[in-house]
Write a protein that binds this ligand. Structure first.
Ligand SMILES: NC(=O)c1ccc[n+]([C@@H]2O[C@H](COP(=O)([O-])OP(=O)(O)OC[C@H]3O[C@@H](n4cnc5c(N)ncnc54)[C@H](O)[C@@H]3O)[C@@H](O)[C@H]2O)c1
Length: 401
């Protein structure tokens, strides 16, 4: 039997690709979201944010009527499965904001029935699922409960949902069997089953592992630069035909809405004894400052009064997402040191809404110097004038390959 599915937070970066893939597999899928603008955009077959292969695939599923976005929570009552993909950020103390999750649960509870399966897909602080299970009982809600954390890389959801094995966990046999059926249908890989707490930890381990991995490369980059050696030359050399270094990451800003906050969630969970996670934070969050030091060295010690361009404001290459982008921290720090900052990004949308100035690429290249904030492929084609000072912490132009 194919289910009717509702996704809460369905127009977000995780909800939308999941919704498209479910609809492609002939699950009648409703994207419930409180963001009316995104709901209208999706129903008009337009992606609210960049997603590889997204444009065509969204058009098809809207046309086939297997996918519909709505601001009405009433659709939840008509579905036998409700999947939650709402954001789960950390607070100003870098602790999880679990209360937000319970607020959403309270908001949807009037539409949840005993025969439904509730699947949490957001990244959760370890132990939250057990609290949710207890909470639902106090609210006399007998829906089956599951936790299946999302592990896609932003922007590649449509591809990875099919390719990457899905981790599933549940509080009863019904929820597990439904998760096996759904994720077994959409993915080429057999789902992997864990207990809910194990699945919560598994997701945080994945992101903390990647965050630490980037930190190692960033620290090696800093060591190389201080020694006057070319990190990227060494990087290419040690990876060449040496599979043990396959996971050696490139240097660059490690930012965005997931890696940092999930490492901090794990740190909060381990009562601030996750020293490796905190060390990674010091290195990764220190990269804008390190880039400015490199710039100052190239500019005779001071950047006061200089016009500095940042090329790329998104948190990663070839993407439009600026959430928690370190390019923004870089901009603030450059201004603190007295520079006039101009920014360019070919992908970031609604540039008029930011409280700083975006310029076109030719204008950016007329600045006194530039720092690459995000290594968009477009910059690879730029003919950098010979004497132009360009700080390239990503190795876009330094690579020997
Ligand atoms: N972005 C990623 O690449 C990624 C990867 C793996 C896991 N995750 C996790 O997935 C979760 C979602 O992240 P995201 O990047 O999709 O966030 P997002 O902000 O892009 O999407 C969340 C969506 O939920 C909607 N929403 C908020 N409150 C709501 C409510 N009360 N009712 C209905 N809709 C509501 C928002 O309007 C938004 O569209 C987070 O836990 C995140 O850590 C994200």
């Amino acid at each position: 039997m194919l289910h009717k599915i509702a996704i809460v937070g369905g127009c977000g970066h995780i909800g939308l690709p999941l919704g498209i893939v479910l609809a492609e597999n002939k699950f009648k899928t409703f994207l419930y979201d409180i963001d009316e603008a995104s709901v209208n955009t999706v129903n008009d077959s337009i992606l609210p944010h960049m997603e590889e292969e997204g444009e065509e695939r969204l058009k098809e599923v809207i046309k086939s009527k297997y996918l519909l976005a709505t601001i009405s929570p009433k659709v939840l009552s008509d579905c036998d499965i409700v999947i939650l993909t709402i954001g789960t950020p950390v607070d100003e103390h870098l602790n999880p904001r679990t209360a937000d999750v319970f607020k959403v649960i309270d908001a949807i509870l009037p539409y949840i029935k005993a025969d439904q399966v509730l699947i949490f897909r957001s990244t959760l602080f370890p132990g939250t699922m057990s609290l949710i299970n207890d909470y639902l009982k106090t609210k006399k809600c007998n829906a089956s409960l599951a936790f299946c954390p999302e592990r896609i890389v932003q922007g590649k959801g449509l591809i990875e949902l099919v390719e990457v094995p899905q981790i599933i966990s549940g509080f009863d046999e019904k929820s597990l069997s439904v998760c096996r059926q759904i994720f077994g249908t959409i993915s080429k890989q057999k789902p992997v089953t864990l207990l809910p707490l194990e699945a919560e930890l598994a997701k945080l381990f994945c992101n903390a592992w990647r965050y630490i991995n980037f930190a190692i490369s960033n620290q090696f980059f800093q060591i190389s630069e201080k020694a006057g050696a070319n990190f990227f030359k060494i990087y290419e050399a040690v990876k060449k035909d040496y599979p043990r270094m396959n996971d050696f990451a490139r240097a660059g800003f490690a930012s965005g809405p997931c890696l940092f906050k999930d490492t901090m969630q794990l740190s909060a969970y381990s009562q601030n004894t996750f020293f490796l996670g905190h060390s990674a934070m010091l290195i990764n969050e220190g990269m804008p400052s390190f880039a400015i030091d490199l710039l100052k060295n190239r500019m005779g010690g001071s950047i006061t009064g200089k016009k500095i361009a940042i090329l790329g404001m998104a948190f990663k290459a070839n993407n439009d997402d600026v959430r928690d982008s370190l390019a923004f921290k870089l901009r603030k720090m450059l201004e603190f040191f007295g520079a006039e900052v101009i920014c360019h990004d070919p992908y970031v949308k609604h540039q008029e809404k930011f409280d700083f100035k975006f310029v076109d690429l030719p204008t950016a290249l007329k600045a006194d110097a530039a720092i690459i904030g995000a290594p968009h492929k477009d910059y690879k084609k730029v003919k950098v004038p010979k004497d132009f000072i360009l700080i390239d912490i990503w190795g876009m132009f330094n690579s020997v390959s």
